[in-house]
Design a protein around this ligand. Sequence first.
Ligand code: AQP
Length: 332
Amino acid sequence: RPRALSGIQPTAGSFHLGNYLGAVRQYVALQETHDAFYMVVDLHAITVPQDPAELRANTRLAAAQLLAAGLDPQRCTLFVQSHVPEHAQLAWVMNCITGFGEASRMTQFKDKSAKQGTDRATVGLFTYPVLQVADILLYQADSVPVGEDQRQHVELTRDLAERFNTRFGPTFTVPAPHIVKEVAKIYDLQDPTIKMSKSASTPKGLINLLDEPKATAKKIRSAVTDTGSEIVFDTAAKPGVSNLLTVYSTLTGATIAELEQKYEGKGYGALKTDLADVVVDFVTPFRARTQEYLDDPETLDSILAGGAEKARTVAGETLAQTYDRVGFLPAK
Ligand code: AQP
């Protein structure tokens, strides 16, 4: 079986609809076809300041949401990044073959550091794409399910894997991004020209899966739509309506063409009212399942412990081989 690897940050508490449709849904699908490794990336989370108690709680919360979304510990390996020390260890080696200019070109760093101010942005934030490279290469992943915003980091991973393999001999699988075009970028409900994001969205534009369903329904019903009244998928002329159709189609399985037909001659209001119901029907059981996992922290922790053990076996082997290739003297 080919390998898949991905990670999600435990920073915001609730996952948002963009995280779910762009990434987590693909995690669930790939566990059927791949030897899949998924992790809660707490090492990435501390690239910006975190409250320690909140980080710990949010790490469990992220794992509970991944399980609630459909990850099955019998069919994939689910773990917490900091439980596998090889991530930080391989990241150091990768840092040492990454150009400073190359790292400086990462657009996520440029955006995030611009927002924080260069003095406040950390070196950790700067090298976080390289940690991500290590995350992927440790598992010899073939496929990396992510949203569009992560494409550049997977490209960096490919470049560094090839560079290392050329310099030291074949060591790493060169991975490919697994980006599902239709849902690669879910947009803010109030500003459909920017991606839905925990840091950039306005509260009204962001659908958090764990929010009160009534509040969520209200946000959908007050989503910004476009001029005119026709319900057609046209991302250039009608970005708001197109975003709603994408969400609707993905959550129900109806095709965009079917939805266009269903809403022919009806107004935006009808579409939004129905979509609000669709989203509520999705988040209601999702919230309940998440809560069930949270109510049983022993089971949750033992799933994560089992995952870390499996992950360490694979990661340890890759790290040992990498250290050998680089020329580190083995410890006796
Ligand atoms: N709007 C989105 N559409 C599609 N996919 C998205 N992802 C995030 N936003 C969208 C994908 O979700 C996965 C997990 O992302 P993360 O843990 O790195 O979270 P993030 O990127 O920090 O989420 P945000 O909300 O985008 O955070 P900020 O605002 O801090 O940048 C990834 O695969 C990501 O592509």
